[in-house]
Design a protein around this ligand. Structure first.
Ligand SMILES: Nc1nc2c(c(=O)[nH]1)N[C@H]1C(S)=C(S)[C@@H](COP(=O)(O)O)O[C@H]1N2
Ligand SMILES: [Mo]
Length: 432
């Protein structure tokens, strides 16, 4: 096979070239490997790393950090598959550019085997548990006719989004940045349904059961059965939803019925929802105990052995942002300014500020930021960048929430299962 120089590749098709660069260099340098020397780095990139002296040592340039292999799942467009048993697929950042995430671009995270052909007409939801005043079953039709409908734009992000970056590595799906989305969800308020059944004073938590099967297909064994404290369950935006962007939920996202808890680890948002238990204790279903969806209660050193008793359940997701335009690896003309945009969100409240940097964080520029459509919806940032000379740049984005917490530049606290990586997102731009 004829070998092309990177310059040649870039000239022909910058996007393809980016993929080629990744493929050709991934043997020579692993994602976790080190690149020594700015000169050789510039050679590989085909451009000078303008702020190279500020680039954190050992950092893999964003131009190489993102692989992009095409794959198709019915009803989904451009998602990258991470695992096919169970099916897990994430969305490349540039395909998450819409303010409201289209269903076709909303990620898929399955822990087990989804139901094959769930029947919406015969679908029922049962509410029971120690702290339910009674056990009651609703058909989907009854839910739709007996309770008021609400629509909210709610951000769902997998607790393991960003896991791929942790070192020492954490096992599990190696999500990069794409296990997040913010569509409009329609359904009934969970609290309206719980109150119609009756919630005893002893209520502490709710847990869900879905219609998917454990990978072992053991009857009665749940693939996942998580939940939220009763206070989160009672929030106005906590929904039992049947629609995403005014259409029935896609099968892979829980058709015909699911929970949606905006701003919390998406693992709490039970899909193919069949049963909710109102518990008088913290729910102890599958993936509630041990190290699943938990982080060390106190910070630990990377690689530390943490006992289960020292692990605490993840609640609200931390502040984070994603650059969705331009696509990483794009070329840009020096004579023009570059408009950069993306989303920012936080499970702990509003995002107050977004900053961008083109010099590896030496200087930051304040971006414009929109208000959220409602609580727990992501916000849009945009900014105009000017570059001092031709060369390789990385655009980094850093969001700060209303409590003054901001994203770490590289990696937040290590934890055994690789959750809550809210490090700054960055894209590669070659200014020509
Ligand atoms: N029944 C059921 N609900 C589930 C899951 C699952 O495997 N089964 N996965 C959870 C996890 S870990 C995540 S991140 C979200 C993913 O939602 P999505 O597949 O619609 O993106 O669903 C949650 N709800
Ligand atoms: Mo998840």
């Amino acid at each position: 096979m004829k070998k092309h120089g990177l310059h040649e590749l870039y000239a022909k098709d910058p996007v393809k070239a980016d993929e080629q660069v990744f493929k050709r260099t991934s043997n020579a340098l692993s994602r976790r490997g080190f690149i020594k020397g700015l000169k050789s780095l510039s050679l590989l990139l085909g451009a000078e790393v303008v702020y190279g002296q500020f680039m954190p040592a050992g950092l893999i340039p964003a131009a190489f950090a993102q692989a992009d292999t095409p794959f198709s799942i019915e009803g989904k467009d451009g998602l990258i598959i991470l695992n096919d048993r169970p099916l897990n697929a994430e969305t490349p950042a540039h395909l998450l550019d819409d303010v409201v995430t289209p269903a076709s671009r909303f990620f898929v995270r399955n822990n087990g085997i989804p139901p094959q052909e769930p029947d919406a007409n015969s679908w029922t939801l049962t509410i029971e548990g120690e702290s339910a005043a009674q056990s009651k079953t609703f058909t989907l039709e009854e839910l739709k006719t007996q309770f008021k409908h609400y629509t909210y734009q709610l951000t769902l992000e997998c607790g393991g989004n960003g896991r791929a970056e942790f070192s020492p590595a954490a096992t599990g799906n190696q999500w990069t940045t794409g296990a997040v989305g913010c569509p409009r969800w329609t359904g009934v308020r969970l609290k309206d349904v719980l109150q119609a059944v009756g919630v005893k004073e002893t209520a502490v938590y709710i847990g869900y059961y879905g219609d998917d099967q454990h990978l072992s297909r053991t009857p009665g064994k749940a693939a996942i059965s998580r939940g939220v404290p009763i206070s989160k369950a009672m929030e106005e935006e906590s929904l039992i939803a049947w629609a995403m962007n005014d259409e029935p939920l896609p099968l892979m996202n829980g058709y015909p019925l699911r929970l949606v808890f905006g701003g919390w680890p998406a693992s709490t948002s039970g899909k193919w929802l069949k049963k909710i238990v109102i518990r008088d204790r913290v729910h102890d279903g599958a993936k509630m105990l041990g190290k699943a969806y938990r982080i060390p209660c106190k910070p630990v050193a990377p690689g530390a052995d943490v006992e289960d008793k020292d692990m605490c359940i993840i609640e609200a997701m931390p502040v984070k942002s994603l650059i969705t335009f331009p696509r990483s690896g794009s070329d840009h003309l020096l004579s023009k300014s570059l408009n950069v945009r993306g989303h920012a969100w936080s499970g702990e409240g509003r995002v107050a500020k977004v900053h961008t940097s083109i010099d590896f964080g030496q200087t930051w520029q304040v971006a414009q930021l929109s208000l959220p459509a409602n609580r727990h919806a992501w916000q849009q940032f945009s900014t105009t960048l000017n570059f001092p000379q031709q060369g390789y740049y990385e655009v980094w984005a850093k969001a700060e929430d209303e409590h003054g917490k901001s994203q770490p530049m590289v990696l937040p606290g290590w934890n055994p299962k690789g959750y809550l990586n809210n490090a700054c997102h960055r894209i590669a731009v070659r200014v020509v």
